[in-house]
Design a protein around this ligand. Structure first.
Ligand code: THU
Length: 130
């Protein structure tokens, strides 16, 4: 699956984002080594710190289904359901992804034809491991 197709899956997943507090809706699509795709959205909470980002939602869904190897993730985000902004993963998500896929390719953009891809090792040099 190419990056554009993966981003489009992130974009349609975003429709299910639950972001009544920030209004910033995010969708993610995570590609496993065997070609499966897990989507995720941000899910906010009245207790703001309890929110989970779209990227971690996708990872938690995949890992809890037994998947451990990942090659790419696409992220589509913006202030509302319409706007598109580049949405590089937050610091917590970078570390979370590093656990399973320190070399995963991360794609975001302002539209399916305006994508940018970076390796997680570039976004999080010297990530923590035990
Ligand atoms: N958010 C994500 O889901 N992914 C990111 O990469 C950045 C931030 C969410 C968290 C929160 O619900 C909203 O965007 C605003 O921070």
């Amino acid at each position: 699956m190419d990056r554009k197709e993966l981003f489009e899956k992130a974009l349609s997943a975003r429709e299910k984002a639950y972001a009544p507090y920030s209004g910033f809706k995010v969708g993610a699509a995570l590609l496993t080594e065997d070609g499966s795709v897990f989507t995720g959205v941000n899910v906010e909470n009245a207790s703001y710190g309890a929110a989970i980002c779209a990227e971690r939602t996708a990872f938690v869904k995949a890992v809890s289904e037994g998947y451990r190897s990942f090659t790419a993730i696409a992220i589509a985000g913006g202030k509302d359901g319409e706007t598109m902004e580049k949405c590089w993963p937050c610091g917590i998500c970078r570390q979370f992804m590093y656990e399973f896929a320190p070399e995963i390719e991360v794609t975001t953009g302002t539209g399916a034809d305006e994508l940018e891809t970076k390796n997680l090792s570039e976004l999080l040099p010297e990530g923590f491991t035990l």
